[in-house]
Design a protein around this ligand. Structure first.
Ligand SMILES: *Cc1c(COP(=O)(O)O)cnc(C)c1O
Length: 354
């Protein structure tokens, strides 16, 4: 395997890749429905909820569209502190919603007090948050933000993009009372891209039943009817469902707690290496992501040249994102990455440094 230290798509285990090569079945067959339902059931363990998990054929961003179409009739507040939280806002506006923004600077996180102030005296139907901002390497203090929102505005639904953290970082959906939580296949779940997974709370499903113009492909009520009856309303990406079924078994046999600890330890190792080499993490210690580390590019490295060097050793990392493109480097540790992989990368970076 040639480790990809980029924030998705990440490396996929050979047996998971191989699962995709299984022969097709009629998608309305009992054999396929059993596989689909087993995968959807096991996914609930990863989402830490008793609510259903929907498996959908599109990338994670499609679930932002699903959330905006089904859970917001009119007004939503988006917490913006990077490129993916900005997307929440764009998707809301593109779907004709009155999406409003609450900004903090890139590299920072909103505080519960800021959020409480923004919600006070307002009537937002939903609050859209990114758990792990992949563009800046910030892990937002999700549970504190949810608690603040619940206190000031208990009826506001909590919508969470956890694309770059679910399966790698502890996000107990039900205990934290998250209303809509989604991820993509190609990040911490370590599957090929093309599949999105989401779960909706009972009160989110109830809200959806009162929202107009939910569309067809992204209609949560249609998804729920089919989930109960067979699989999905349309033809699902069957090869990816085969792969998901195998990968969920692997994730659950590693154990969620072990998986979370592994991700945290890898990120911490990269952070420490950066600090020791004069390339410190961009983000304050208590807000640092456990799945992607954003380091100051203080050597002024040109990422193309760096990656040509790394690729001779079968590895690659990512450049900074957006306005931070050349100023930072991003080193991800999502999915199946092990400490030995990270040590190999850091040794290669040391070699490059000298
Ligand atoms: C990668 C990413 C997305 C986009 O996911 P797609 O599967 O490419 O649609 C959204 N949010 C976050 C936080 C991400 O890291």
């Amino acid at each position: 395997m040639s480790p990809l230290f980029v924030p998705g798509p990440v490396d996929v285990a050979p047996e998971v890749l191989a699962a995709q090569a299984r022969p097709m079945l009629p998608h309305r067959s009992r054999e396929f429905e059993e596989i689909f339902q087993r995968a959807a059931d096991n996914a609930r363990l990863v989402f830490q909820t008793e609510s259903p998990v929907f498996l959908a054929t599109h990338s994670g961003s499609g679930m932002q569209e699903t959330a905006m179409r089904n859970l917001v009739q009119e007004r939503v507040l988006c917490l913006v502190n990077g490129a993916f939280s900005e997307r929440w806002l764009e998707v809301g506006l593109a779907n004709g919603k009155r999406a409003e923004r609450l900004d903090v600077l890139w590299g920072e996180a909103h505080t519960p007090d800021q959020l409480a102030d923004a919600l006070r005296g307002q009537s937002y139907e939903a609050l859209a948050i990114v758990h792990n901002e992949t563009s800046t390497g910030v892990e937002n203090p999700l549970f504190e933000l949810i608690q603040a929102a619940r206190q000031v505005s208990p009826d506001t639904l909590i919508l969470v993009d956890a694309v770059s953290s679910l399966g790698g970082v502890d996000i107990p959906m039900q205990r934290w009372e998250i209303d809509f939580l989604f991820t993509s296949s190609q990040k911490c779940l370590a599957l090929p891209p093309g599949l999105a997974l989401a779960s909706a709370s009972p009160r989110a499903m109830q809200k959806a039943s009162s929202v107009e113009n939910r569309g067809w492909y992204f209609d949560l009520l249609r998804m729920e009817r089919h989930r109960q009856k067979d699989s999905t309303a349309m033809t699902p990406a069957m090869s990816l469902i085969y792969a998901l079924d195998v990968q969920l078994e692997r994730i659950l046999s590693e154990g969620l707690e072990n998986r979370f600890a592994r991700h945290a330890a890898l990120a911490q190792r990269v952070q420490e290496w950066g600090a020791q080499r004069g390339m410190p993490p961009r983000v304050a210690q208590e807000r640092r992501s456990k799945t992607v580390t954003v380091l100051e590019n203080s050597q002024g490295w040109e990422i193309g040249a760096l990656n040509r060097f790394l690729m001779q050793r079968g590895m690659r990392i990512a450049n900074g994102y957006g306005v931070w493109k050349d100023k930072t480097l991003r080193i991800a540790n999502m999915g199946e990455t092990q400490m030995a992989d990270v040590e190999l990368l850091l040794a290669a970076l040391d070699e490059y440094l000298n």
